[in-house]
Write a protein that binds this ligand. Structure first.
Ligand SMILES: [Zn+2]
Length: 311
């Protein structure tokens, strides 16, 4: 049945009348030192968390009261303002807290709303904060926005302590990203630094179970990541000097898989006499012709030289 917007607005206006709210309340939510008089029907309609709680045989259902942890009274008040008044409560200051509360309480429309609010707010100053929250809350849309910014600001990113903590799949996405404008001579040493980072030294935060799990999975196998990470970079355009640095890195030389992947790169590099700034040619129909990918060259933000990204 189609929703009539005029009728929907009329119903919403009745709901929004403050004086109606305390009447008929049949459920109490305790948050910190405050109590909120609420309505089972509305909580259950909006929140998967409350729906499950109120359908279960847990004591909260018979006692008509629940105590919430992991959310502040101020944030819960904002959530109630949304579900009772459809109030536009989000600000840059409170959006992360409301996002966490919406996810915890499984209020899908509010989660989606906070994520739409957050996505354009990702900047070079806050992407790491948003990235870690996006992983914690399993938000692909916010994470994508963070990866867009990380690719655009790759030089800045590699200069931060966080760079080595990026997850493998996300680093791979950044290396393939169209926004990335740095040549292999900048990217490859950064990859080597990420690979060599000792993940076992990182203190596990008991609050972030997922993060701990990923770190354990990655433990000792970052050296196996070279092949896929290199595949995102046009390794034929790595300069001889950077290739030598890679081949003579004592820490990389200790790992058999790393040596195999670096040797593969060296073999590709032997295949070409390409120098920076020169177009590449391909042999076609009995003669050398300009490689069409030359037209898609980018200017490296780091060294200001032209390079051809991996196509
Ligand atoms: Zn460069």
């Amino acid at each position: 049945m189609a929703v009539n917007p005029t009728l929907a607005l009329g119903i919403a206006t009745c709901f929004l009348k403050d004086e109606n709210r305390e009447n008929f309340s049949d459920f109490t939510v305790c948050v910190g030192d405050r109590t909120f008089q609420c309505h089972r029907y509305l909580l259950s309609a909006c929140s998967g968390f409350f729906q499950a709680l109120l359908r279960s045989d847990m004591k909260e259902r018979t006692e008509n009261e629940v105590t919430l942890k992991d959310v502040s009274p101020d944030t819960f008040q904002l959530v109630l303002d949304v579900i009772y008044k459809a109030a536009d409560v989000l600000t840059k200051e409170n959006v992360i807290d409301v996002w966490h509360a919406a996810c915890m309480l499984q209020i899908d429309f509010l989660t989606n709303y906070t994520e739409s609010f957050l996505t354009p707010c990702v900047t070079v100053d806050n992407y790491w904060d948003f990235y870690t929250n996006a992983i914690l809350l399993n938000s692909s849309i916010v994470k994508k926005s963070c990866l867009d910014t990380m690719a655009t600001s790759f030089i800045d990113l590699t200069g931060t302590e966080h760079f080595v903590d990026i997850y493998f799949d996300d680093l791979y996405e950044i290396l393939k990203h169209n926004n990335l404008c740095v040549c292999p001579d900048f990217v490859v040493p950064a990859i080597a630094r990420w690979v060599k980072h000792d993940t076992t030294n990182k203190e596990a935060d008991p609050g972030t179970e997922k993060e701990t799990q990923v770190i354990e999975e990655e433990e000792n196998n970052r050296y196996d990541c070279f092949e896929k990470l290199f595949s995102a970079v046009n390794m034929k355009q790595l300069s001889k000097q950077e290739l030598i640095n890679l081949m003579t890195d004592p820490k990389l030389a200790e790992h058999k898989n790393a040596v195999i992947h670096i040797n593969n790169v060296a073999a590709q590099r032997l295949d070409t006499t390409w120098q920076f700034g020169e177009p590449t040619y391909i042999y076609q129909n009995g003669r050398n012709t300009l490689n069409p990918v030359f037209n898609s060259q980018k200017l490296c933000q780091h060294c200001n030289r032209k390079y051809t990204p991996n196509m």
